[in-house]
Design a protein around this ligand. Structure first.
Ligand code: MG
Length: 421
């Protein structure tokens, strides 16, 4: 941290007590191979610190630099209870605002401050913000096989393990499909034999759901993720072809470049539309909620700045007839997952929670990681998020460059053109 901090960054009003932020740093670890970025905020009170999730796994070095080279100097010396002011300061101080790097860094700070607030109050974060409106959050889990049979078999296993909601993806020739493996060289006469063909996808996805309903019955809720790969017309075609199978929601039909067309798609779609994991600002997410193009808002909350903006979005959703479905696969740290659950349990707008079953190494690195039991996820009742970090264990799982950007840059059509991943 630089020696001199300009006075404009000092405490702007008298604080309630002498608690002050003394340091902000990052811890990066990859217990599942996916780099997870954690921000730790220390204070001058013995043993009082907070942890936040800043995981932008594809560009984690940039987030580390943003936190340690830019954010720390803004907040050291400040009273940690001024969360709204501190996070506004962090956001506005760059003049050019938002974006995934800046907002993940900001999220790390924001969640760490909520963790500190909870520890100071002796309350879990969900109680700090009004308390529960439900006992647990229902989750969905991912089944994705190379064939329809393989996908259904996986789904059956999840149903037996207690899940009531399953996202189904099925492979196809070439690179496969999002969330499901393919057959290498599937388009041997094409310029790019490992390509992804939208026409094939639009044919095989309804077949998957037809077979799934026959095999799994009507009780289980089924979901699907198009992962931004469609045009507006293709989105409507897919949504209509899936109508007979009663989807819980159809996710990310359009990339953010085309979100202006969502209201038209939703109007013509007989199944609920869920969008938002690629939003990199709360403003964009708010426009999605207000724009009439989504039934479910599902941001990666660290990418929009953390718990504070996500809470505002949950409130906006509550008054807009939109439900929440926060993004939470393995590229969300257990701290981010706990923040999602705090939103789920306190918001009347809750729709469903994406679930991820962390491996044993993650439980070792992050004591307090929330398990999913019979498909349900519950909050810790300990102060703050109730999640710790064992830095010695974290160091045993060093992060490399994320493999996630390799797959994101690897989706091409059979003619060789890059597609949205
Ligand atoms: Mg998704």
């Amino acid at each position: 941290m630089p020696d001199s901090i300009p006075p404009t960054f000092g405490q702007p009003w008298p604080a309630r007590d002498a608690t002050r932020i003394t340091a902000v740093r990052t811890i990066v670890t990859a217990p599942e191979g996916t780099p997870l970025v954690v921000v730790r905020v220390d204070t001058n009170v013995d043993g009082l610190y907070g942890l936040g999730c800043a995981t932008f796994t594809q560009r984690w070095h940039s987030v580390v630099s943003y936190v340690e080279d830019h954010l720390e100097r803004l907040v050291v010396g400040r009273y940690p209870g001024d969360i709204e002011d501190l996070t506004r300061l962090a956001r506005l101080s760059s003049y050019w605002r938002d974006g995934a790097v800046a907002n993940n860094a900001l999220s790390g700070l924001d969640m760490a401050l909520w963790d500190i607030a909870g520890k100071r109050a002796g309350l879990p974060v969900h109680e700090l913000v009004g308390g529960k409106v439900r006992a647990a959050a229902d989750t969905y889990i991912h089944a994705g096989g190379a064939s329809v049979e393989e996908t259904i078999e996986q789904a059956r296993g999840f149903i037996e393990a207690g899940w009531r909601n399953i996202r189904l993806q099925v492979g196809q020739p070439g690179i496969g499909s999002y969330g499901a493996a393919g057959v290498g060289g599937g388009y041997p006469t094409s310029p790019y034999p490992d390509g992804w063909r939208v026409e094939e996808y639009l044919r095989n996805t309804p077949r998957l759901f037809e077979s799934a309903r026959e095999a799994l019955g009507s009780e289980v809720e089924l979901l699907h993720d198009a992962h931004s790969r469609l045009t507006a017309k293709q989105a409507v075609t897919l949504a209509r072809s899936l109508e007979p199978y009663g989807l819980f929601f159809l996710e990310d039909v359009l990339g953010p470049e085309d979100w202006g067309q969502l209201p038209g798609v939703r109007e013509l779609s007989p199944v609920p539309i869920a969008v938002g994991e690629l939003a990199t600002s709360a403003t964009t997410a708010a426009q999605l909620i207000l724009g009439g193009g989504v039934d479910f808002i599902r941001c990666h909350i660290s990418a929009i700045g953390g718990f504070t903006p996500a809470r505002k979005l949950a409130t906006l959703a509550e008054f807009s007839g939109v439900k929440t479905a926060w993004h939470a696969p393995g590229d969300t740290s257990p701290i981010g997952a706990a923040a999602n659950v705090a939103l789920d349990l306190t918001s009347p707008a809750f729709g469903i929670q994406e679930g991820h079953v962390y491996n044993d190494a993650t439980y070792e690195v992050f004591p307090g990681t929330l398990p999913i039991v019979d498909g349900w996820i519950r909050a810790n009742e300990t102060p703050g998020w109730g999640i710790g970090i064992d830095e010695k264990a974290a160091a045993r799982y060093p992060a490399g460059l994320s493999g996630h950007d390799a797959w994101a840059a690897g989706v091409r059509s059979p003619d060789g053109a890059l597609r949205y991943p």
